[in-house]
Each structure stands twice: as C-alpha cells, then as structure tokens.
Design a protein around this ligand. Sequence first.
Ligand code: ATR
Length: 271
Amino acid sequence: KIHIALFGNPIEHSLSPLIHKNFSKEIKINYNYNSFLCTKSNFFVIVKNFFQNGGFGCNITVPFKKKSFQISNKNTKYVKISNSVNVLKKSSNNNIIGYNTDGIGLIYDLNRLKYITENSFILILGSGGAVYSIVYHLLKKKCCIFILNRTISKSCILVNKFKKFGKIFVFDKNLYTKKFDIIINATSCGLYNFSPKFPKNLIFPNTKCYDISYSKNKKLTPFLSTCRDLGSRKYSDGLGMLVAQAAYSCYIWFNILPNIKKNINLLKSII
Ligand code: ATR
C-alpha cells in the first residue's frame, strides 16, 4: 500500500483525509492518507521518519509550510519564490522534492466562482505563510494586489519580495480610492473563530469576499459572516481551494488529476 500523510497542528478537524479517500476511489489507486499532529520540536523528526519508513509523499499544513522548505532538498521554482511548501514527494533517487499547490488551488476556485478576471483589483488580509503561497499566482494573472496586515512591517517585507513579479502594494486607507473586486482573508484568525479587522467601507454588494479557511455544517466563517453583515452578496469560503490544492497534490504524487468540481460537490454534500 502507498503511504501518504498530512502533518500539521491543529489537524483533528482537517477534511483532507476525507477528500483523499474520495480521490483514492475515483482514481483507483489504493493509498493511505493519515494525519499526524506535530509540534515545533518534533516536526522535522516525524517527517524524516515517515520518509525513512517508506512514506511516498505528504501534505504539510499550518503552521509548518515554511519549515518544510528546509526538509526538501529540491524545490520547484515557485517554492523557491514563496519559501512555502505544502506537498512533499520522494523521488526515485531518494530526493525529497517540495511543491506548493495552494496558489493554483486558489486560482482554480476563484475561476470556478467567476470571481476573478485578468486585472482584478484585490485586497489580501494577512502577511503570513498563506499569503506567500498565493500572491505569485495572482500577480501572474495580472491582478493588482494590496496587502493589509495587523503588523505593517510584515506587509512591507512581503511587498518588497514580490514587487518584481507585478503590481503589489501595502494598503493605506488614506490613499484608497478605487473599489476592490475581491477581498481575500488569508489571516489565521478563522482558526480562532474571529474575523480580522478591516475598514468597513471596503465592502459593497458586488464585492467578492473569499476566505481561504472554511467551516463545516454550512456555517459561514467569522470573516464571511462579517462581510455579509456589511452588505456583500457574493462570498465563499475556501472549501473549493482545499479540494483543488488536494487534487493538484494528487497529480504530483500519481500523475492523475481527480475531478475537482465533482469532489467539491461531493464534499459539500457530506459535511
Ligand atoms: P499562516 O501560515 O496561516 O499564514 P502565519 O504565518 O502565522 O500563519 O500568519 C498568520 C497571519 O494572520 C498573519 O498575517 C497575522 O498577522 P501578524 O503578522 O500581525 O501576526 C494574522 N493574524 C493572526 N492573528 C491575528 C489577529 N488576531 N488579528 C489580525 N491578524 C491576525
């Protein structure tokens, strides 16, 4: 049997094992997908042991995506840019290769929802690993990005790193003149069940609000519920992105891409 794992913290509520169970049936490849709760101090050892004991590949989630960059001894160009890894695979010559499928997962979902076009004007909340994973693909789509983060110095570092790839700026409410097409919450606030603070006057009925985190039981995430209360009529959580990044992970391991739309609908009907 092929062993795939998920490493992160927290991990117990993750939907990834369920998503991969569905993929495994669909693509007819029998693989295990087990999740492992790690701590900062045992993360490297656990992942190393996994690969030494025959592990085939894994997903890495919060808060270890940046650390994983130090495990892989070969990385894709995009991982080198973002310094963030969410997929590892052991190659035939025993290299551990690092990939990141969050960016393409997000673009897939924003396209599916018809939220994004070339040149979309986007505000991103946050400046952590999650944002590093997604901005490159948005810039490649020629979007214009503004970053708003609680700690401004972190937004400045991020903007300086990515400005050579396109239009990306630190958000300044005093210079704000144009309506955003999309507002993306990429902070970790959802994990703690609250919405990040942002200026209320940025939300209009046609502002598309997207939360890269997701909720179960058909409940809105705190960020989306805030946006709805402020008048947005178009909003979505990151369930589609989750399924899409998982499908692209599957493609990396097995060279087969599961049907993403079908799996989003399937997951929505189960949870
Ligand atoms: P991730 O890998 O999920 O991005 P991270 O690197 O720890 O995790 O980043 C968390 C992001 O959520 C950061 O942008 C953080 O803001 P700071 O840079 O100011 O720490 C943001 N965040 C976390 N808690 C927050 C809060 N209570 N209010 C606003 N932003 C918060």
